[in-house]
Design a protein around this ligand. Structure first.
Ligand code: ZN
Length: 495
């Protein structure tokens, strides 16, 4: 049987986060979804005699996006009118870029399960968004609040070969947008919208097969599922001697299938021409401004975290995917490093690594869990990085037991207080003093004669129960290792 490979290209539209719309002063912000047609003006609704003025902030942001994706930036460019009729397009044309996109010929590195891979970026151009149609009770209504929002359109070369690569590509784009504060890229809010074009060809051949476009993929999961489905569908068509039809397909989430929306007519003639109301412009000042937006990109952060902190790759991924979390972790580490330095501690590199790993572990297991349960975020953490570093020092030095650490952390989340104060006021200090523990051990032994007898008769498993009792009586402050030793010694001596 012949083997086929998928050839996949992507088109991604992203609304950029600016103060105002692309060509007018209507705001670009939250609340637009509340009421239809309240955030509009004669310019974005295309009244005659109005003059569009390009939004410089949007141009700087798209340029920064292009720089992050290693694109060439046009030194001179202009806008065009793309003419077509659709009710969500009030002007009867869209102002976009055609001949000379602002950004072109870039690439992005993604990390797949098979290793790193580069996806080439064909172009990223600037345009304006359309309005929104809703179909309610057999009627169609239009909302122009979205019309004229700054929209970036990114097109890749057909370098993607499977669903996993496509999903990771989209996730990485979203991360870059968020790291640079160009867009929140929320797919469920339509801030980032993905389209896939996909064809199959026999493995080892160069020529492209007939491609199918899949539109309106509104989550990473759906991008992945639609591609997986389409690869199977096209493989079946071809291996049964059929031909793939050039068409646009949609995704039916309830059935998890793609379905034909429309067969490809001849290419649209959009009658592009240079937008006469906006003069062509040079971009050198925009490029300079874009370059001054500095931020470490996710790929660099990943490499640095692996290198500098020696964490597991899965841990690094969780940190990098949430910038606030990564920043929080690093602030903690710098607190801890300052502490090591200030106290002139003679830490071996191994001990320092252990301290860093301890910080990462408590964040990635405990804090993430508690925060998500309580709807808290690391942007606005009730535990400051200073207090969290303090907590790690307390755990590291064995001042509290691991049970005590859990209690302490919860108290810190509840109160936001200094962990040392909580340890003091709640009596959480781990008791390693044998004399202090002996009293509790004696009490536990007296109260559990049957269990003690079991242990004396060789059932070692019951010791854990007795340790648990000691922990309970000591309110979690006993050092379990030492408690275990005293329990064992006391019971066997009394035998
Ligand atoms: Zn407007």
């Amino acid at each position: 049987m012949k083997e086929y490979e998928a050839v996949i290209g992507m088109e991604v539209h992203v609304e950029s986060k600016t103060n105002s719309k692309m060509f007018c002063s209507c705001i670009n912000g939250k609340g637009l979804e509340d009421q239809p047609n309240i955030n509009i003006c004669p310019i974005c609704t295309g009244h005659p005699g109005t003059l569009p003025v390009p939004n410089r902030e949007a141009l700087v942001k798209i340029t920064r996006f292009g720089q992050a994706l290693n694109c060439q930036i046009s030194d001179y460019t202009w806008f065009e009118r793309k003419s077509y009729f659709y009710p969500d397009l009030p002007k009867g044309y869209q102002i976009t870029q055609y001949e000379r996109p602002l950004c072109y010929e870039g690439n992005i590195e993604i990390l797949t399960s098979k290793g790193p891979k580069y996806i080439r970026i064909t172009r990223i151009h600037m345009e304006e968004d359309t309005g929104k149609l809703s179909h309610i009770n057999g009627k169609t209504v239009v909302d122009y609040n979205r019309a004229g929002l700054p929209l970036m359109e990114l097109v890749t070369e057909p370098d993607i070969r499977n669903a996993e690569e496509a999903k990771i590509f989209c996730e990485e784009l979203q991360l870059i947008l968020r790291y640079l504060d160009i867009s929140d890229g929320d797919m469920d809010k339509g801030q980032m919208r993905c389209e896939v074009n996909i064809s199959l060809r026999e493995k080892g051949t160069e020529a492209f097969g007939t491609k199918v476009e899949i539109k309106n993929l509104n989550s990473f999961r759906v991008v992945e599922q639609a591609i997986e489905y389409e690869i199977i569908r096209q493989t079946e068509v071809i291996s049964q001697g059929g031909e793939v039809v050039q068409e646009t397909r949609g995704w039916d989430d309830s059935k998890s299938i793609t379905f034909s929306q429309r067969k490809k007519e001849n290419a649209h003639d959009y009658r592009y021409f240079v937008e006469p109301d906006i003069p062509p412009f040079e971009t050198s000042a925009i490029i300079t401004d874009a370059a001054s937006i500095t931020a470490e990109l996710p790929i660099a952060k990943r490499k640095r975290f692996l290198d500098e902190y020696q964490l597991a790759i899965q841990q690094v991924e969780i940190l990098v995917r949430n910038k606030a979390l990564a920043d929080y972790f690093e602030q903690t580490i710098s607190e801890l490093k300052a502490w090591i330095k200030a106290d002139n501690k003679e830490f071996t590199p191994e001990e320092t690594t252990k301290l860093i790993k301890l910080s990462a572990n408590y964040i990635l297991t405990e804090l993430i869990k508690h925060y998500s349960e309580k709807g808290l975020s690391f942007d606005n953490s009730p535990i400051s990085p200073e207090n969290y570093a303090e907590f790690i020092k307390i755990v590291f030095s064995g001042e509290v037991s691991s049970t005590g650490a859990q209690t302490l952390l919860l108290q810190m989340i509840e109160t936001g207080s200094d962990p040392s104060d909580i340890v003091e006021s709640q009596g959480l200090k781990q008791v390693s003093d044998t004399n202090a523990l002996q009293g509790i051990v004696d009490q536990v032994i007296t109260e559990n004669p049957k269990v003690v007898l079991d242990y004396q008769n060789g059932n070692e498993n019951v010791l854990q129960f007795l340790i648990g009792q000691v922990m309970r009586y000591s309110k979690g402050s006993a050092n379990p290792q030492i408690a275990k030793q005293i329990l064992h010694d006391t019971i066997t001596q009394n035998k």
